[in-house]
Design a protein around this ligand. Structure first.
Ligand code: 3EB
Length: 311
């Protein structure tokens, strides 16, 4: 059993076997919470609670190493960190991923399944280069330094906050997961150079080892490598959902599948009412989606959806 639940502060303390809790917007760390807490500085727009709780049936041990707060079961490792950029996002990203890989290798959970990356001003330019690209260069260099194959890259998302430090949190495992690519899209690690000097190191989805959870990367209105439907949020939402359908199909999760837990990042929260019915209409009984404000890494992209398909 593995679940992701969206809870209010009041219902959190009764949840047991927590791997970690992510708090959206300004949701504070709940008093008495024993597990690691990740403050995700993205405004919570709509859903059943501002806390995202990752729950396992297995016994969880809490700790810290290499600057990360950790939680581990026999098979899974959660780790989360907040890093001061120190004026150089590229260097901070490299440092964060160097530490992350050192942690994974030292602790015996070498296989990266899923990474969430959040930092401020993702589309802003610094010294003639977009901050997302600087982040990507630092991340890529750390993969290279450890000889980590891009084809085994984790499911991921990189979504911009308004301010605050670089926040990275992840799930890793003792045994390797299975990466899943989307035939409608060029693999991100094969993007042409016009999207940046070093390619983003993520897979479109990753089938985990524990209970066959499918981690779905941040998915947007991209076909091939190009953004589709500029200035048309509804068309972007439908294209994004088509990409997620394709990923579920690739992973053998189309006809019969477990419930989805999705997080929709909206560049402009004013459009929540417009886009929500389009996304909600795609859900089946037992699926859940929350909506948060977030800056997608390409300026023309108005939304991105990520999540998990439970077994
Ligand atoms: C894309 O498909 C949209 O750099 O980790 C999605 C998921 C995106 C992950 C990342 C970026 C990342 O290229 C952006």
């Amino acid at each position: 059993m593995f679940d992701v639940r969206y809870l209010s502060a009041a219902s959190l303390p009764s949840a047991t076997n927590l791997l970690f809790v992510a708090g959206l917007g300004s949701a504070p760390k709940p008093a008495g919470l024993a597990c690691p807490f990740v403050p995700v500085g993205l405004d919570f727009l709509q859903g059943s609670g501002a806390y995202e709780a990752w729950i396992t049936n297995d016994t969880v041990r809490y700790g810290s190493a290499h600057g990360f707060a950790t939680a581990s079961t026999d098979e899974l490792l959660f780790a989360g960190v907040q890093i001061d950029e120190g004026g150089d996002l590229e260097a901070a990203s490299r440092r964060a991923y160097d530490a992350l890989f050192a942690l994974l290798d030292d602790s015996g959970y070498p296989h990266l399944l899923r990474v969430w990356n959040h930092f401020a001003g993702i589309t802003q330019h610094v010294g003639g280069m977009e901050r997302y690209r600087r982040f990507t260069i630092g991340r890529h260099a750390a993969f290279e330094a450890r000889n980590r194959a891009v084809e085994a890259a984790p499911a991921a998302c990189a979504v911009g906050t308004e301010d605050g430090p670089l926040v990275i949190y992840l799930l890793a495992s003792r045994n390797a997961g299975t990466p899943v690519e989307n035939p409608r899209q060029v693999s991100a690690y094969r993007y042409p150079e016009r999207y940046g000097p070093k390619s983003p190191t993520f897979s479109r989805a990753m089938l985990g080892t524990t209970d066959k959870v499918l981690f779905i990367s941040g998915t947007a209105s991209i076909v091939g490598h190009e953004s589709q439907h500029p200035n048309d949020l509804i068309a972007q939402a439908n294209e994004t959902l088509a990409n997620i359908d394709q990923l579920l199909l690739q992973a053998g999760r189309s006809e019969s599948r477990g419930p989805l837990r999705l997080k929709t990042y909206l560049r402009d929260p004013h459009y929540l009412g417009l886009v929500r019915p389009v996304i909600d209409a795609k859900l089946r009984d037992g699926d859940k989606v929350i909506y948060v404000a977030g800056e997608i890494c390409r300026e023309e992209l108005m939304l991105e959806i990520e999540g998990v398909c439970l077994s």
